[in-house]
Ligand binder design. Structure first.
Ligand SMILES: *[C@@H]1O[C@H](CO)[C@@H](O)[C@H](O)[C@H]1NC(C)=O
Ligand SMILES: *[C@@H]1O[C@H](CO)[C@@H](O)[C@H](O)[C@H]1NC(C)=O
Ligand SMILES: *[C@@H]1O[C@H](CO)[C@@H](O)[C@H](O)[C@H]1NC(C)=O
Length: 213
């Protein structure tokens, strides 16, 4: 039996596609193979804030919510995880400019290696203020250090950010600062903490890989 040149080319193409798919699956698999030591999608009614607590050293609180926020032209329409779950947000209505709401993470033991903090954020509205994440070392009474910060309207969509957390960190703080007006809801969802550096983020300072949903 003879095999035509066409059949041979098709065979080669199929083999090449198969190899590419295998390679992509392997890469994808290894990127997700490290199990997070902390994970919070705010979807558990039994543990709605995953051990985060509201700071008393601020002006108002983060709120857990599903669906859209009460105000139009600001805030998400749904959560980031499934579109049907919960997220946390700061409601900008009826607050003064610069008003802050802080949530403190549970404490975790400091490792001798950094960790990667990943989270989804939604910052939509004409007068969106600032979202910032700080690290703290509870054994060190010096004030917390801002690791990541973003100000202003980022469009009506969820973004994913990752930030390498220094090894000495024992907890982190998520702070929302209200902007100049009521169109400034800021939401956060899907927080994970994984041992090791974040992918390409091996430098200090700000890094956010903005992957839209
Ligand atoms: C914020 O939450 C804390 C802890 O649950 C509570 O004690 C405090 O009254 C709340 N503040 C406001 C303004 O609702
Ligand atoms: C929000 O959650 C409540 C309680 O689980 C549910 O009844 C409601 O339909 C949800 N709303 C939206 C918009 O997802
Ligand atoms: C405490 O924090 C300060 C400022 O970030 C830093 O310079 C110092 O090394 C820290 N000390 C310890 C014991 O971690």
């Amino acid at each position: 039996m003879t095999v035509s040149a066409d059949q041979r080319i098709i065979g080669c193409l199929m083999a090449a596609v198969g190899l590419l798919v295998t390679l992509l699956c392997t890469l994808h698999g290894s990127a997700n193979s490290v199990t997070p030591e902390f994970q919070c999608d705010f979807d558990e009614d039994m543990d709605p804030f995953c051990g985060f607590r509201q700071s008393t050293d601020d002006n108002f609180n983060w709120t857990r919510n599903n669906g859209s926020t009460p105000s139009r032209d600001t805030g998400p329409q749904h959560d980031h995880t499934t579109g049907a779950g919960y997220y946390i947000f700061i409601e900008a209505s009826m607050k003064g400019p610069g008003y802050k709401a802080s949530m403190i993470s549970p404490s975790f033991i400091s490792l001798n290696i950094p960790r990667c903090l990943r989270f989804a954020y939604h910052m939509y509205g004409r007068t969106v203020g600032t979202l910032q994440i700080s690290s703290q070392n509870e054994g060190n009474s010096t004030r917390s250090k801002v690791m990541w910060s973003l100000t202003g309207d980022q469009g009506d969509q969820w973004h994913v950010a990752s930030q390498t957390v220094p090894a000495e960190t024992t907890r982190f703080v998520i702070e929302g600062v209200r902007g100049s007006g009521a169109l400034g809801d800021i939401a956060v969802d899907d927080i994970t903490l994984t041992p090791g550096y974040c992918g390409s983020d091996i430098r200090d300072g700000h890094y956010n890989d903005q992957l839209s949903m």
